[in-house]
Design a protein around this ligand. Structure first.
Ligand SMILES: *[C@@H]1O[C@H](CO)[C@@H](O)[C@H](O)[C@H]1NC(C)=O
Ligand SMILES: *[C@@H]1O[C@H](CO)[C@@H](O)[C@H](O)[C@H]1NC(C)=O
Ligand SMILES: *[C@@H]1O[C@H](CO)[C@@H](O)[C@H](O)[C@H]1NC(C)=O
Ligand SMILES: *[C@@H]1O[C@H](CO)[C@@H](O)[C@H](O)[C@H]1NC(C)=O
Ligand SMILES: *[C@@H]1O[C@H](CO)[C@@H](O)[C@H](O)[C@H]1NC(C)=O
Length: 407
């Protein structure tokens, strides 16, 4: 209890101290700067506050070689004649908050050029103050794309800032730091200053291939695994499983693709409830998707033979599972063979029984008269002929039983 109480006190004191520090950075002219990190192409609120008072004057400047005017306000209105072109139509004060001492500026559609130090100058009849705000812009890794082609895996991600790093690993605990065949990642920077990163590696068939792209303190992972092939025949139904590491997820996207290009179906799960979309060209084949994400197909033809990929993506990572589906013609399928065998066996038995009955019949009638029996055999000639040999065999088997019966 003592430690809890003292911890609580420490937290309170540190909160109080940080408030004091925050207030002093805003108040004091040359105190520590306020640091704000915003996201590329999104909006950013640059904080600034002052002691409320009438006749407010607000100047937001960007301090570079020469100060740029970002936004000005006086005589109770925005004054944008001096505004730098770079900030045209991208800035707004919270006008209803100014009288409360809030001079924060909303800057929209951030670019990397917006990074740097800003000065917020405020003045009222009660005095004036300067505060400094440092803005950093990040373009976090959003999506890591992983593809397999001719046994080469390609992992890539784009539109990232600051410069990303890419690493490969597998699910094996002891692994070579660098697989043979790994090519050092290459990065490219576009005219906005954003990075693309790509790396290729030999596919490790027997394990999960993991690619991680990090930028700053955040990262995203993509995994690729190949599972055992699945076989089916055109007339049968087939279920292709999607075995992914996590199954307790509630919010994710699941996409099934054919040969990695054609989207068969995609599902967006929010709080566990899927919203499913099925490609028109596959409506005939897609029967359903099970709760575990397995793809259930039917009415397949040879054109549906190929690689099926299940891609599960969350905000953190992407898992890709590849399965080769082999379509074998109906006559070779195990199911058909069983049916044919059973049918043949049943026919043979039926004919055998018939022959036995005929035989007994003939033996019984032969004691009465030969002519009669000949007529009966001729009547059933067509039925007997294809199975003459079988009939002959059964003759020897049938007789002892018949004799036993008579005893
Ligand atoms: C100023 O107002 C904006 C909009 O309501 C708010 O987001 C921001 O936190 C406020 N800033 C301060 C320093 O009060
Ligand atoms: C980054 O990748 C995207 C998509 O692959 C491409 O459109 C863009 O040109 C690439 N940028 C650079 C600098 O290579
Ligand atoms: C499809 O699968 C879901 C479970 O994922 C099940 O509730 C539903 O009844 C199935 N629909 C059909 C037509 O089989
Ligand atoms: C399916 O994947 C295998 C193994 O990666 C590859 O060799 C084959 O060419 C692929 N087939 C098709 C039709 O893409
Ligand atoms: C799922 O897909 C939708 C639409 O493409 C996208 O807006 C959303 O961010 C995705 N969600 C996840 C968790 O990847």
């Amino acid at each position: 209890m003592v430690s809890v109480a003292s911890w609580g006190q420490v937290t309170m004191i540190s909160k109080y101290l940080s408030m004091v520090i925050l207030l002093s950075t805003v108040r004091l002219t040359d105190g520590g700067d306020v640091h704000v990190t915003c996201v590329f192409s999104e909006d950013c609120v640059m904080p600034c506050s002052f002691q409320p008072g009438s006749e407010e004057v607000i100047h937001w400047l960007k301090t570079e070689d020469k100060d740029l005017t970002v936004h000005s306000y006086y005589y109770s209105t925005d004054q944008l004649k001096q505004q730098s072109l770079r900030y045209r139509r991208r800035t707004a004060l919270f006008n209803d908050q100014i009288h409360k001492g809030n001079a924060s500026l909303l800057l929209s559609t951030l670019t990397l050029q917006d990074q740097g130090r800003y000065k917020c100058y405020t003045s009222t009849i009660r005095g004036n103050q300067d505060s400094l705000i440092d803005i950093s812009v990040e373009a976090p890794v959003r999506l890591v794309d992983i593809q397999l082609s001719d046994d080469i895996i390609t992992c890539s991600s784009k539109d990232i800032y600051p410069e990303p790093k890419l690493t490969w690993s597998t699910d094996l605990p002891f692994d070579l730091p660098l697989d043979p065949g790994t090519i050092q990642p290459s990065t490219k920077v576009d005219d906005q200053g954003l990075y693309n990163i790509t790396s290729t590696k030999q596919f490790s068939r027997d394990r999960t291939n993991i690619c991680t792209v990090t930028s700053g303190t955040r990262g995203e992972t993509a995994t690729l695994r190949q599972q055992d092939p699945v076989q089916c025949s055109p007339s049968s139904e087939v279920s292709i499983p999607c075995r992914v590491p996590q199954s307790d997820l509630l919010t994710f996207n699941l996409t099934w693709r054919f040969n990695q290009i054609v989207t068969i179906l995609s599902a967006t799960y929010t709080q566990g409830t899927p919203q499913m979309y099925i490609n028109d060209q596959w409506k005939e084949q897609v029967q359903n998707m099970s709760e575990s994400g397995s793809l259930q197909l039917h009415r397949l033809t040879v054109i549906h033979q190929g690689n099926y990929s299940c891609e599960l993506s969350t905000s953190r990572d992407t898992h890709l599972v590849l399965t080769y589906l082999e379509i074998t013609p109906d006559k070779l399928s195990a199911g058909t063979i069983v049916v044919v065998t059973i049918a043949a066996a049943a026919t043979a038995t039926a004919v055998g029984v018939l022959l036995y009955l005929k035989k007994r019949d003939r033996e019984e009638t032969s004691s009465k008269g030969e002519g009669n029996s000949d007529n009966q055999v001729n009547e059933h000639k067509e039925l007997n002929q294809p199975l003459n040999e079988g009939g002959e065999e059964r003759k020897t088997e049938g007789q002892p039983v018949a004799e036993g019966d008579e005893e």
